[in-house]
Design a protein around this ligand. Structure first.
Ligand code: PLP
Length: 395
C-alpha cells in the first residue's frame, strides 16, 4: 500500500489550534479573566422559527409508516429545489433552472469535492488571503497552485493580469477573511478573463446574505457571460445558522462545457456515485428558510450580526484604525495598530483586553499584519469588547 504523498505537502493547520492553546494558557494563568471571543466564524443565534417548525413536522412524518422517507433524492427534493430557485429569482434577480441546482451538506464539502471533475494537471489560481480549504484540497490532489495577491493597494480585491492565467480560478465574495465584495464591473472583468482563457470560476457565495447594497452582486450569475464559465457555491450555514444542521447547494449552468462534456452532468454523476443526499428533515427546514416568513426571520438574524459589525466600524473609525469589510460581511479585517504583526496583536488583545480574535497571517502570507474580528457574537458582549479596545487604544 502507498499513501497519497501529496498529503505530505500540506502545512500543519495550526491556526485555530494555536489560538486555543494560547487562550487556554492565558486562562489557566488568569482564571478570573472574562474572555470575549471574537474569533469564531461560527454563528451564535439559533435556527429561525419557520425552519424549526418544519423540522418538527418532518420528524413526525418520519415516525409514521405512511409518511416515512428513506433515501432522499440524490440532488435535492423538488420542494427545496423550488425554494432555492425562488430565492434566486425573488431576492437576487437571477433565473436558474431547478435541474441546475444540486443540494448537498454545505459549501466546504462542495468547494472541496468539485475538484473530482477536473484534471489534476489543471493549474489553479487562489487569492491570498482566503478561506484555507481551496488551497489544501488542491494540494491534496497534487495540483500546481498560483496565488493572486489581495492587499491594501488593491483594496483586497485583486484583478487578473496575464500572469494570472489558470484553468481553475477561485473567487470568494464577500470574502472570508477580508469581508470585501467585488462589484458587478469587477466580476465582469473576471468573467471575461475566464472566458478568454477557457478557465472555470469557482465562485463561493457563502456570505451573499450579508450584502446590503442592491448594486453589489450576490451571485456571479448576475454578470453577463458567467453561465458559460462559472460554478456557484452557496450554503444555509451563514444564511440561516445551519452550521450544525448542514445544508448547502451548488449551481452549475447547463451551458458550462469542457471537452464536449457538460460539467453539470459530471457533477451529478459524481454526486450520485459518492453521496446519498441530504436528510429529508434538514431539507424541509432549509426550504422553510426561503418562504416569505422564514426569509424575514433570517433577515432579522443577519441584521443582529450587522449591528455588531456596525458598532465595530464606528469604534475603529473613531480610533483611526484602518479596516476592510464589515459593511457587507460578518467580518472586519483590520490593520494591526502600530504595525504589529498578526500574532503580536493577538497576544496584545488577549492580555490587555481579554479578547480573542483571529490573526490574519493564518489565512495566507498577505494576511500578516492584519486581524479578523467576527460579528457573529452577542451584541452586548461585542459592545463590551469594543469598549475595552477603545479604552486601551485611545490616544
Ligand atoms: N465558504 C466560506 C468562504 C466559508 O467561510 C465557509 C465557512 O466558514 C464555508 C464556505 C463553509 O460553509 P459550510 O458550512 O456550508 O460548509
Amino acid at each position: 500500500m502507498k499513501i497519497n504523498k501529496n498529503y505530505l505537502n500540506l502545512k500543519p493547520s495550526y491556526l485555530f489550534k494555536n489560538i486555543a492553546e494560547r487562550t487556554e494558557k492565558y486562562k489557566k494563568e488568569n482564571p478570573d479573566a472574562d474572555i470575549i471571543r471574537m474569533g469564531i466564524g461560527d454563528v451564535t443565534l439559533p435556527l429561525c422559527k419557520s425552519a424549526v417548525k418544519e423540522m418538527i413536522a418532518a420528524s413526525e412524518e418520519m415516525s409514521d409508516i405512511n409518511s416515512f422517507h428513506g433515501y432522499p433524492e440524490s440532488f435535492g427534493e423538488d420542494f427545496l429545489l423550488d425554494a432555492i430557485k425562488y430565492h434566486y429569482s425573488k431576492h437576487i434577480g437571477v433565473e436558474v433552472d431547478t435541474s441546475e441546482i444540486i443540494v448537498t451538506c454545505g459549501a466546504k464539502e462542495d468547494t472541496a469535492n468539485i475538484l473530482d471533475i477536473f484534471d489534476t494537471d489543471n493549474t489553479v489560481l487562489i487569492p491570498d488571503p482566503v478561506y484555507p480549504v481551496y488551497l489544501d484540497t488542491n494540494i491534496m490532489a497534487g495540483r500546481e497552485v498560483k496565488f493572486i495577491s489581495a492587499n491594501a493597494e488593491n483594496g483586497f480585491l485583486p484583478m487578473p493580469t496575464e500572469k494570472d492565467k489558470a484553468d481553475i480560478i477561485y473567487i470568494c465574495s464577500p470574502n472570508n477573511p477580508t469581508g470585501e465584495v467585488y462589484s458587478k464591473e469587477q466580476l465582469k472583468i473576471w468573467v471575461d478573463f475566464a472566458l478568454a482563457n477557457n478557465s472555470v470560476i469557482l465562485y463561493d457565495a457563502a456570505y451573499e446574505m450579508f450584502i446590503s447594497d442592491i448594486e453589489l452582486p450576490r451571485s456571479i450569475f448576475q454578470v453577463e457571460g458567467a453561465r458559460k464559465c462559472a460554478i456557484e457555491f452557496c450554503s444555509f450555514s451563514k444564511t440561516a445558522g445551519f452550521t450544525g444542521v448542514r445544508c448547502g447547494y451548488t449551481v452549475i449552468p447547463k451551458e458550462l462545457e469542457a471537452d464536449g462534456m457538460k460539467l453539470l452532468d459530471m457533477w451529478k454523476r459524481r454526486q450520485s456515485t459518492k453521496f446519498n443526499g441530504v436528510s429529508y428533515v434538514v431539507q424541509r427546514a432549509a426550504a422553510a428558510v426561503f418562504t416569505d416568513e422564514g426569509y424575514s426571520e433570517i433577515c432579522e438574524n443577519i441584521n443582529y450580526y450587522r449591528t455588531n459589525t456596525e458598532n465595530m466600524m464606528q469604534t475603529f473609525d473613531s480610533l483611526g484604525i484602518k479596516y476592510y469589510g464589515g459593511k457587507h460581511s460578518p467580518y472586519i479585517w483590520l490593520k494591526c495598530p502600530s504595525d504589529m504583526k498578526s500574532w503580536d496583536f493577538f497576544d496584545f488583545l488577549l492580555k490587555e483586553c481579554n479578547i480573542v480574535g483571529t490573526p490574519g497571517a493564518g489565512f495566507g502570507e498577505n494576511g500578516e499584519g492584519y486581524f479578523r474580528l467576527s460579528g457573529f457574537g452577542n451584541i452586548e458582549r461585542t459592545k463590551e469588547a469594543l469598549k475595552r479596545i477603545e479604552d486601551k487604544l485611545k490616544k
